[in-house]
Design a protein around this ligand. Structure first.
Ligand code: UD1
Ligand code: CA
Length: 467
């Protein structure tokens, strides 16, 4: 039986990142670099994957377990003695695999199609590798050919002047016969400028048996990220790719929108300029996410309209519901269909049922708002007594006048009416009117007198200051 296991190298510190975080955990379009590589390997047909960890391996291991569960194992390279040594550390975890797909954890743009092709071209050869021509080969290992055949890979720092001019480089993706790999790694020597065991040297060994196959791929998908400038460039490329895939699938995605890998978007949805969609966010067909919206793990149903600068996390927005401009949905908020929150409305752990509205300036925390209830401007759910959170329940069709405070726990019955400026401290029965504000008194002709008095007081104070 043929079994393919990927070995992904991720033990290095990534010195050039100048970071406390291990290089492979730096994110590209929402996912750590190593995730992109492991996922591409699995999508290409690898049965499982071994990630070689070292620098801050606790962090890398914890992340991988959370993300991939038991499809990914780890092997430890305690000291970083080169890419060949790293693969050696992974060998015991290969178990019964016959083909090893060897990858580096810092090539986040790699495509599963190319890795699939790499596995195919290996056929019966000992080694297959991807090569590519690049505009600027700086930093990459150069591909050396004789009579058209790949005979070796030479690291930049070990190249002579002529070899430095070679613009065909090694992106670091290999499919290798496992029996050959075991022999070849045992024969590696550190005779290079860095004194490391280079994985790349196995190519020359296989070439001696005339057993190297190669294929090429678009160089933009093969970049290795060594510093944060390259990280940023790779991320821009990936955002462009994600945007183009969505456009081809029938979504309108403006150029400056940023949609992370894993976000799902339905046809005819419109994602406007500067919108940022992250995590497990899903957007339904025909929904519109306007300028500057930021969504983390948000489900947006069909034809919902998120007006500019809606900021939402871990929430659900129903069909034809509307939010914003400048609305804030904090975790566990839910707008049912056609519910609406307007500008400067903050919602937390609160559900607005079908057609319920809070159009302006409100805080709705720990609440449940019934169908078609209307919440006036300036309403506050006073949910916190300094020790505990309490619930506000507003039943269907209730009307809450502007500038009301609902002191939780409290229930406003169906169809009830809360007069403007009321502080509600006890339950309001269905269809009742609750009103609790001081009576207004008008004193005719009084305004000029009071103004004159205040003006005199101000002048007196000024005089006293000057003397
Ligand atoms: C490597 C290749 C180079 C290739 C380039 C492609 C070698 C010797 N060189 O160079 O030919 O053009 O990638 O991007 O293989 N790692 C370990 N343990 C180690 C050393 C490295 O796990 O002891 C891991 C790193 O964490 C990293 C990957 O291997 O994810 C590549 O290492 P890096 O130091 O970035 O290699 P490059 O110098 O870029
Ligand atoms: Ca690299």
């Amino acid at each position: 039986m043929n079994k393919t296991t990927a070995i992904v190298l991720a033990a290095g510190k990534g010195t050039r990142m100048k970071s406390d975080l291990p290089k492979v955990l730096h994110r590209v379009a929402g996912a750590p670099m190593v995730d992109h590589v492991v996922q591409a390997a699995l999508d290409a047909g690898a049965d499982d994957a071994v990630v070689v960890v070292g620098h801050r391996r606790d962090l890398v291991e914890a992340h991988l377990t959370e993300r991939f569960g038991d499809r990914v194992r780890t092997a430890v390279q305690a000291e970083q003695k080169g890419t060949g040594h790293a693969v050696m550390c992974g060998l015991p975890e290969l178990k019964d695999a016959t083909t090893a797909l060897l990858l580096y954890g810092d090539t986040p743009l790699v495509r599963s199609d190319d890795l699939g092709r790499l596995l195919e071209v290996r056929g019966q050869q000992k080694v297959a590798l991807i090569t590519c021509k690049v505009p600027d080969p700086m930093g990459y290992g150069r591909i050396l050919r004789e009579g058209g055949r790949v005979v070796a890979i030479r690291e930049q720092r070990d190249c002579n002047a002529e070899q430095l001019l070679v613009d065909e480089v090694n992106p670091g993706m290999y499919a290798v016969d496992v029996a050959f790999l075991r022999e070849a790694l045992a024969a590696l020597t550190p005779d290079n400028e860095q004194g490391e065991l280079y994985l790349t040297d196995i190519v020359a060994m296989a070439a001696r048996h005339e057993s190297v196959a190669d294929c090429d791929a678009d160089h933009r998908t093969l970049v290795g990220v060594n510093d944060r400038a390259q990280l940023s460039a790779a991320e821009e490329d990936l955002y462009r790719r994600i945007g183009d895939d969505l456009r081809r699938a029938g979504c309108t995605v403006r150029a400056s929108a940023r949609i992370d890998v894993g976000v799902e978007i339905g046809t005819d949805a419109i994602i406007e300029h500067g919108a940022v969609l992250r995590g497990k966010t899903k957007v339904g067909p025909g929904a519109r996410i306007d300028v500057g919206c930021v969504l983390d793990d948000v489900e947006v149903a069909a034809e919902a309209y998120l007006k500019p600068y809606t900021v939402a996390s871990e929430s659900i927005i129903g069909e034809r519901a509307q939010t914003g401009p400048f609305a804030h949905l904090r975790p566990q908020s839910q707008l049912d269909e056609e519910a609406k929150i307007g500008n400067f409305v903050e919602v937390k752990k609160t559900r607005l049922r079908k057609g319920a509205k809070a159009s302006h300036l409100a805080y709705l925390g720990d609440g449940d708002v019934g169908e078609n209830a209307n919440i006036g401007a300036g309403t506050i759910f006073c949910n916190y007594d300094g020790f505990q959170k309490h619930k506000t329940i507003i039943e269907a069709g209730a009307f809450i006048g502007s500038d009301s405070q609902l002191v939780a726990p409290v229930t406003i019955g169906a169809g009830a009416y809360v007069g403007t400026g009321t502080t509600v401290t006890k339950d309001v029965p269905a269809d009742a009117l609750a009103i609790g504000r001081a009576k207004q008194a008008n004193k005719e002709g009084y305004a000029p007198r009071i103004k004159a008095r205040m003006k005199a007081a101000k002048e007196a104070a000024k005089k006293a200051e000057g003397s």
